[in-house]
Design a protein around this ligand. Structure first.
Ligand code: NAD
Ligand code: 44H
Length: 455
């Protein structure tokens, strides 16, 4: 007999709002909240980016879903109950109501790296057409339905100030270094453009945490749904598959309180930076390397790519390059890399390289460039970084994984120029200083020629 997920008791009271309901937030923040010692007092109202599908599927099962923890040798199944409400992102009134609720003390986000809409200098890209539209709409009417993540959060904060609902902690959970500073900056830029009187209120009422998040969570597939049904008898329309490994490192102030995430394994610290570097350079940098080089070599998933000795050798050279620059030190880096090999090689995860390859313009600056810059400053030209940049260029020229990027049209046009022009033009989109580095430009051009000749 097929069972469906339904609650037999009311959900936990909503005290957390989440923006960017997808796979990862359900494998990570919702799971930590569910397992926290006081989790039954902290329900989450989670909003999708825009599409209603996932919210509708979850609402039909009272916000419950199956978390499949997929080890190399088998699956474990658990029902997660912390999602008290799942709401389509288009329901702006519901969003404003949730953020303005005095019961709510925490707002978490997973809106992707691109979702923060930063300009190359790090502030809000105020010339982005969607930002321009949202700013104009909020100036006209603070309750106007806006679409960008920064504008939705500012709209929610305007509603919260109007409701005098008290302190709120923002907790960004995207793969960005100093993600608290990133979020704070784009929100202040947008608030300043809409209603500068919000800025002193932000100082008084809103704190922004910084977090390092780590748990590999591929986009769920129909096969995952079928596996849940076969193993548990539950016809779950929205399960999530994740790996056994999980880390969450959080720093910041929570004047209105927060779930006791540390009772579920989160680390609370004063400084996230050493953990962020380790994770963003070794794991995410390694992922991007495999996504561009591996997909050029015909691989579809991370586990396939790491079984290719050429990709594995590059990955290990990348890790060796990063290690001396890591604040956590060699020993902790080597432990992490040893675990990473197992995590990447898990043959049952099927993590698509095409998913990881998306938004390289937003990811490479945080995953690759810090180490490349440190090496260039020391007078070295790291061969493995040259290879990743060359593989990214070839990806933009139409080989390997398909191009999905916040700046896809511009990047395709630049990448499609003759190689002598394409290389500096594409590198300049990551950092103009790269295009002025003649030795690097020549090396990337030569490596791209070698890689395309080899296919
Ligand atoms: N999946 C992972 O393994 C993993 C691990 C660590 C961190 N993360 C972080 O979480 C993010 C989301 O990953 P996911 O696996 O949940 O993806 P997902 O596609 O399942 O969900 C992404 C959610 O963000 C929303 N979104 C996308 N672009 C947006 C935008 N421009 N503005 C507002 N909302 C937007 C989507 O509508 C959706 O609700 C990643 O980009 C990454 O920064 C993911
Ligand atoms: O989720 P993205 O698109 O930022 O990056 C793809 C992967 O590198 C990433 O999701 C990792 O799986 C994750 O960061 C592991 O903790």
């Amino acid at each position: 007999m097929t069972a469906r997920l339904r609650r037999s008791a009311p959900p936990p009271p909503v005290r957390v709002v989440h923006l960017g309901l997808g796979a990862f937030s359900r494998a990570h923040q919702a799971w930590y909240t569910d397992r926290a010692a006081d989790g039954d007092g902290w329900g989450i109202a989670a909003f999708t980016g825009r599409r209603p599908d996932l919210a509708e599927a979850l609402s039909a099962q009272d916000g419950l879903y199956t978390l499949v923890t997929r080890g190399a040798d088998g699956d474990a199944f658990a029902t997660v109950g912390s999602l008290a409400r799942a709401v389509p992102g288009g329901d702006h009134d519901a969003w404003l109501g949730a953020v303005a609720s005095p019961d709510v003390r925490v707002l978490t986000t997973t809106v992707t790296e691109a979702g923060y809409l930063r300009a190359p200098g790090g502030g809000l890209d105020s010339a982005h057409p969607a930002v321009v539209r949202d700013v104009a709409a909020l100036r006209e009417d603070p309750r106007a339905p806006v679409v960008t993540a920064p504008a939705r959060i500012v709209a929610g904060l305007l509603a919260r100030r109007a409701a005098d609902a008290g302190a709120l902690a923002l907790v960004p959970c995207d793969n960005l270094p100093e993600n608290g500073r990133v979020l704070d900056r784009v929100l202040r830029d947008l608030a300043g453009a809409v209603d500068p009187s919000l800025l002193p209120w932000l100082d008084a009422a809103v704190s922004t945490a910084t977090t390092m998040v780590d748990r590999i969570t591929p986009a769920p597939t129909d096969a995952d749904r079928a596996a849940v049904l076969a193993a548990t008898g539950v016809d779950d329309a929205a399960p999530v598959v994740t790996e056994p490994f999980s880390e969450w490192v959080v720093s910041g102030a929570f004047p209105g309180g927060r779930p006791a995430w540390e009772t579920a394994g989160a680390v609370v610290t004063d400084d996230v930076t050493p953990y962020e570097q380790r994770k963003l350079w070794l794991l995410n940098g390694g992922h991007s390397l495999l996504a561009y080089v591996g997909s050029q070599r015909g691989h579809a998933t991370v586990d396939e790519a790491v079984r290719d000795p050429h990709c594995l050798d590059l990955l290990q050279r990348w890790w060796a390059l990063c290690t001396p620059h890591l604040l956590l030190g060699r020993e902790r880096a080597e432990e992490y890399c040893a675990a990473l090999i197992e995590r990447f090689a898990n043959p049952r995860m099927r993590h698509a390289l095409a998913q990881i390859a998306g938004d390289g313009s937003q990811k490479l600056p945080v995953r690759l460039l810090p180490v490349l810059r440190a090496e260039r400053a020391a007078g070295r030209l790291p061969d493995v970084a040259v290879t990743v940049l060359a593989a990214w260029l070839l990806h933009l020229r139409g080989t390997g994984a398909p191009v999905r990027d916040l700046r896809a049209d511009e990047l395709r046009a630049l990448g499609g120029r003759p190689p002598a022009e394409a290389v500096p033009a594409v590198l300049a989109t990551l950092d103009p200083a790269l295009a002025d580095d003649a030795e690097l430009v020549a090396a990337v051009r030569s490596r791209a020629g070698e890689l395309s000749g080899r296919r």
